[in-house]
Design a protein around this ligand. Sequence first.
Ligand SMILES: [Zn+2]
Length: 405
Amino acid sequence: MLASQTTQWLRELVQIPSVNPGGASRLDPQIHGESRVTDWLESWARTRGIRSYRQPVASGRDNLIMEVQGRGENHRTQLWEVHQDTVDVAGMTVEPFGARIQDGRLYGRGACDVKGSMAAMLGALAEIHQYSGPVSDRIILACTVDEEHTFLGVQALRAHSPGRIWISPENTCRPDFAIVAEPSSLGIIEAHKGVIRWHIRVHGTACHSSTPDLGSNAIYTAAEIAKAIEKLQIRLRESSKDHLGGGSICLTQISGGSAPNIVPHECVLLIDRRIGFTETPEEAEQQLQAVLDGLGFPSGIQCQLSQPIIRCPALRSNGNGPAIRSLGTAIRKTTGQCEVRSVAFGTDASTIAEHGIPAVVFGPGDIAQAHTKDEWIDLRELETAARILFLLATESSSSGLETEA
Ligand SMILES: [Zn+2]
């Protein structure tokens, strides 16, 4: 595998802005959206004769799926998933799209999260495509949109029947396992927390603030809800034995009131709920609804819990043994060691696992460098990741090392 090639692809990918448009107060067509990266990926695949399909997800936002056929008997199907979008570039101290290389590091938005992994996957895929050995796995590389906001891309990837994913307008397939790209310092992330967010809307009755008793003040009720959520967090903390794996809840934004002399008729709270390893998003929702129902609001006040604005389940370690064994073997063969751990941040892996496909997280780079003002990746890790993925597709399946008992 030519190291210079993967580095060059990473340079090009970082130079192409693909900032997630979600949450932006003003859209800048020069930097927002994934479509430029999608076009680049499509032409990359076409140049190499690798089959690719576009899956429309939202207006101007497509997943790009590449497929390399397997060889030999008993080859497996692996899903490699990597997101095309990055977080915003505000406040960065390095040129976000400069892709400057210095002292073995490449700097820029997305270098670490997660275009470095994307370049490594492309490097391995190009190699597998040309490989003439006896066995290599079928690889589906899914480059998805919207991981940094509402997970639309990975949700669209799931076909109707459990365990199957969309790969073309005519076809779905059932991967044996999935490798989801995020910076893991070349270790394996086997479990992580999930997240669900809602708005709580409190509706009251406006009137002149000189006669407040004639109205119903939505902010007073919102304050009661805020205290109840703080108490719920204390309960969650006390009931959780595992600090990392436990759920938590936090009121993160609040807005209400329209003028200094009007009793506020509306107040909106944003609730961020992290889903512990033993919880589901649905259980968390029922729990919050029960807290709201228990408050008993004054007359003239109504309170509504919205549909989730974000929903990502927790990734649990049970069920992903085959993926861990295969990937672990490839990592150890390449680097001499392999760390398997759990983390707090969420990824697309849990949405894939919830659909019935064993999934783990793997990639070059340290998560501590993701989303930072001087984001960078160590280019040697990029090459190592590409070698590990190549091995995972070509050796594990024939070596028998990952054979299930
Ligand atoms: Zn990421």
